[in-house]
Write a protein that binds this ligand. Structure first.
Ligand code: HEC
Length: 277
């Protein structure tokens, strides 16, 4: 194969791989428009904002945790660097507020300790369904990895270059801010709520946020549904991907190394072939 043909084949292969990995859209179903947010953890140099993660945890604890679990998060993870980074005393005091089912303990229950996982709000899936009109509130630990938003044709191509990994947080944000009155003529089933972002527009989760419902410590952070939604989405991005910042840093260093190495190899090649004419 000539060099040109090899290049062309490589180009076609790259393009078809990119196209194949584009999010598939079910025929006939128009995906809802998603508003992308400015996340501190976006881009190659992004990092989690500790204060935002703390606010997000507060929202999770005071609203979401009455229905949703956080199976893969232990209390002590909340004190790890890169996360909400509460002090160890704060985490111990937090864990003590919860009762943990433990068959080895007297009476089958005991006070929580930092090593315990976040306790499930319901003792079984059946009880969770019964409390939620038949729908099971999914565990939220990995939700930000399980969902993403739909981007229109040319835009998702750029995500390869901007290191876009915030689709999960964008999804959760858009889900939480898009509860509306059902439009005229749309009849909702009992126990279902109209949400213009959720696929099918009908969801079994009642709107979990309302303006002013949770008090943030200190002044300055708006107490609005949008702000709560952004904060809890950032927190859930962290629970799903606590090592994202480290991975991006490493990726950046690897690229720098490869560029340096390429320059070095070029100079070596010039030197070796210097006398060949
Ligand atoms: C009163 C109970 C309840 C509360 C409180 C609640 N949820 Fe839910 N949630 C549900 C139920 C039930 C479902 C399943 C909905 C369905 O499948 O129709 C659900 C589903 C979800 C989903 C998955 C949607 C999807 O794409 O499948 C996300 C994300 C979610 N909730 C986030 C949250 C967040 C964040 C909070 C807190 C701000 C919260 N929920 C508070 C009951 C609740």
């Amino acid at each position: 194969m000539t060099e040109k043909k090899t290049l062309l084949a490589a180009l076609i292969l790259t393009l078809s791989l990119a196209l194949a990995s584009a999010p598939a859209v079910a025929a006939g179903e128009e995906p809802a428009h998603a508003e992308q947010q400015d996340w501190t953890f976006a881009g190659v140099f992004g990092t989690y904002d500790r204060n935002q993660l703390r606010r997000g945890f507060q929202i999770f604890q005071q609203s979401c945790s009455s229905c949703h679990g956080l199976e893969y998060i232990a209390f002590r993870n909340l004190s790890e660097p890169g996360g909400p980074q509460y002090s160890e005393e704060q985490v111990r005091a937090l864990a003590e507020q919860y009762t943990i089912a433990d068959p080895d303990a007297e009476g089958g229950e005991r006070e929580g300790i930092p090593a315990d996982r976040w306790p499930d709000p319901f003792p079984s899936d059946q009880i969770a369904r019964d409390a939620n009109g038949g729908a099971l509130p999914p565990d939220l630990s990995l939700m930000a990895k399980a969902r993403s938003i739909h981007l229109e044709f040319p835009w998702w191509i750029f995500t390869y270059f901007t290191a876009y990994q915030e689709g999960g947080a964008d999804y959760i944000y858009n889900l939480l801010v898009n509860y509306h009155e059902a439009p005229e003529g749309v009849e909702m089933q009992p126990g279902q709520y109209y949400n213009s972002f959720f696929s099918g527009h009908s969801i079994a989760m009642p709107p979990p946020l309302a303006d002013g419902m949770i008090d943030y410590e200190g002044e300055g952070t708006p107490e609005t549904v949008e702000q709560y939604a952004r904060d809890v989405a950032a927190f859930l991005q962290w629970t799903a991907d606590p090592h994202m910042v480290h991975r991006k840093e490493l990726g950046f260093r690897v690229i720098l190394f490869l560029i340096g190495f390429a320059v070095l190899m070029y100079l070596v090649k010039r030197r070796i072939w210097r006398d060949a004419h």
